[in-house]
Design a protein around this ligand. Structure first.
Ligand SMILES: C[S@@+](CC[C@H](N)C(=O)[O-])C[C@H]1O[C@@H](n2cnc3c(N)ncnc32)[C@H](O)[C@@H]1O
Ligand SMILES: [Zn+2]
Length: 405
C-alpha cells in the first residue's frame, strides 16, 4: 500500500477527528432510510458516534503512559478504518508503535491508507488477520504489548483470553461492549453465554453491565494466575467501556475472586442487596423487605470500577486537549471520580416517582435531602436522574413523598 494512490471501491470522504484526518466510508451513501444503522451497512466499519469513546481512550492511554514514564506499544486488533489506532499514534505522547488489524480486507486497505496519509508508516503496522490469531502470535514475553484496545461488534468476551496473554505484566486492557441487550437483561441467555453471568433488567442495568464485563475479565485472567485492577470504566447509551491493568501472580487473582458476588433485587419494592461470594449458596427466595420474589444478577464484580488517582490523571490530561465534546468529557470524568466510593447500584427518580404516582423532583434536591438525613448520596454518570445512596428503598420512597407531598 506504501505511496500508492488509493482508490476505494465504495464512496468515501475525508473527515477530521481529534488531531487526525482520515478517509472513511461516506455513510450517507449506504442508507436508504434515516432509521438504518449506517456504520454496519458500509463495507468498512466507521462510527462517528464513537468519537467520545475514542477521545476518552486517548486520554486514558496518555494517563497510563505517564504512569510508566517510558515509550509504549499499543495493539488495536479490531480496527475498522483505523481511526482509533491512527489517533493513538498521533495524539498519545511516547507511543513507540501501534499494530492495527482487521480481518476485513477492505478495512485493512483503508486503514493502511490512513496510516500513510498521516505519515505513520514507520510507527504503525497494519495487519489483515483474525484478531485472536494476531494476539496469540504476541503471547511470548518479548512480543507482548503495553496496551490493547478491543473494540468489537458486540461482545469483547471472545477476545479476552488472547488479549490477556498478549499483554505485558502491568499492561492496560481497554474493552468496549456494545451488546447492551444481553448485558442489560433483554436477552439474558446471550449474556450468560458470553459473560457467564446473569443480567437483570433493572433501572441500574448499565452498572450491572460494567460489573458483568469486569467479572468476565477477572475470571478469564484468573485462569492464567493473572490479577486485574479496574482503572476506569464508563457507560453510554449503547456501550460500556472498561479499562483494567493486569498483574501476573495467583495471589492477586485470588484477591480479585473475593470481590465477586451477586446483587439481589426486588422489582416490587426496589430493595437491592449485594452478596459477596464466587458461588451462590442457597438463600432466601423472598425479598427481606416486602416478601415478594427476589431476583438475582451475577456472578458479577462487586469491587471498585474506577481508581480515583487514575481518574485524576485522566482529568489532568483532559485539561490540555481541545476535543469537540471536551466539556461533556470533563463533566463525565468529574461525575465518575465523585462516585468512586459510592454504594453499589442506584435509584432512578423517574422509576420511583412513577411507582409512587408522584412528579419527578430535581435530582440535586433529593441528593441534598438524603444528605441532610445523614445518608450518603451521589449523582452518577450512569443516569442523569440516578442517585447512588445507602438509603433503603422504603426510606427513599418516604422521603420522596415528604418532598412532593
Ligand atoms: C466495531 S468495528 C471497529 C471500530 C474501530 N475500533 C473504531 O474505533 O472505529 C469492529 C471491527 O472488527 C472487525 N472484525 C470482526 N471480526 C474480526 C476478527 N475475528 N478479527 C479481526 N477483525 C475482526 C470488523 O471487520 C470491524 O471492522
Ligand atoms: Zn421487595
Amino acid at each position: 500500500m506504501k505511496d500508492e494512490i488509493f482508490k476505494a471501491s465504495f464512496p468515501t470522504e475525508i473527515i477530521q477527528e481529534g488531531k487526525v484526518k482520515v478517509l472513511v466510508p461516506k455513510l450517507r451513501a449506504f442508507v436508504t432510510s434515516p432509521s438504518e444503522y449506517a456504520p454496519s451497512k458500509a463495507p468498512v466499519f466507521y462510527n462517528p458516534v464513537m468519537e467520545l469513546n475514542r477521545d476518552i481512550a486517548v486520554l486514558v492511554l496518555q494517563a497510563y503512559q505517564r504512569t510508566l514514564d517510558r515509550e509504549i506499544s499499543i495493539c488495536e486488533p479490531l480496527a475498522g478504518c483505523g481511526i482509533r489506532g491512527v489517533r493513538f499514534a498521533v495524539e498519545v505522547e511516547a507511543v513507540k508503535n501501534v499494530v492495527i488489524n482487521d480481518i476485513n480486507v477492505k478495512a485493512f486497505q483503508l486503514a493502511s491508507y490512513n496510516v500513510q496519509i498521516n505519515g505513520l508508516n514507520d510507527r504503525v503496522l497494519v495487519k489483515n488477520e483474525d484478531a485472536n490469531l494476531l494476539l496469540s502470535s504476541h503471547g511470548a514475553p518479548r512480543k507482548r504489548f503495553d496496551a490493547i484496545d478491543i473494540d468489537p461488534f458486540g461482545s469483547p468476551a471472545p477476545y479476552l483470553d488472547s488479549a490477556i496473554r498478549a499483554l505485558r505484566n502491568g499492561g492496560l486492557l481497554c474493552l468496549t461492549a456494545t451488546d447492551m441487550a444481553p448485558l442489560c437483561g433483554v436477552h439474558p441467555k446471550a449474556c450468560i453465554r458470553k459473560y457467564a453471568g446473569k443480567p437483570l433488567r433493572t433501572e441500574y442495568c448499565h452498572e450491572l453491565a460494567v460489573r458483568l464485563l469486569a467479572a468476565c475479565l477477572v475470571l478469564t485472567a484468573a485462569k492464567y494466575d493473572i490479577g486485574v485492577s479496574i482503572a476506569f470504566s464508563h457507560s453510554a447509551n449503547h456501550y460500556v467501556r472498561v479499562y483494567a491493568t493486569i498483574q501476573h501472580g495467583a495471589k492477586k487473582a485470588d484477591e480479585n475472586i473475593k470481590n465477586m458476588g451477586y446483587i439481589f433485587h426486588c422489582f416490587k419494592c426496589f430493595h437491592r442487596e449485594p452478596a459477596k461470594g464466587r458461588f451462590l449458596t442457597a438463600g432466601s427466595e423472598k425479598c427481606s423487605e416486602c416478601g415478594s420474589k427476589i431476583n438475582v444478577a451475577g456472578p458479577l464484580w462487586l469491587g471498585k470500577i474506577c481508581d480515583e488517582q487514575f481518574c485524576e490523571l485522566i482529568e489532568e490530561e483532559a485539561k490540555h486537549r481541545a476535543f469537540k465534546r471536551g466539556q461533556k468529557i470533563r463533566r463525565i470524568l468529574t461525575l465518575i471520580k465523585d462516585e468512586v466510593d459510592a454504594p453499589l447500584t442506584y435509584y432512578v427518580l423517574d422509576k420511583l416517582c412513577d411507582a409512587l404516582a408522584l412528579p419527578v423532583p430535581p435530582v440535586r434536591e433529593v441528593v441534598e435531602a438524603l444528605r441532610e438525613k445523614g445518608f450518603q448520596a451521589f449523582l452518577t454518570h450512569f443516569n442523569s436522574r440516578g442517585i447512588k445512596s445507602n438509603v433503603p428503598a422504603t426510606e427513599i420512597k418516604e422521603l420522596l413523598r415528604e418532598i412532593l407531598g
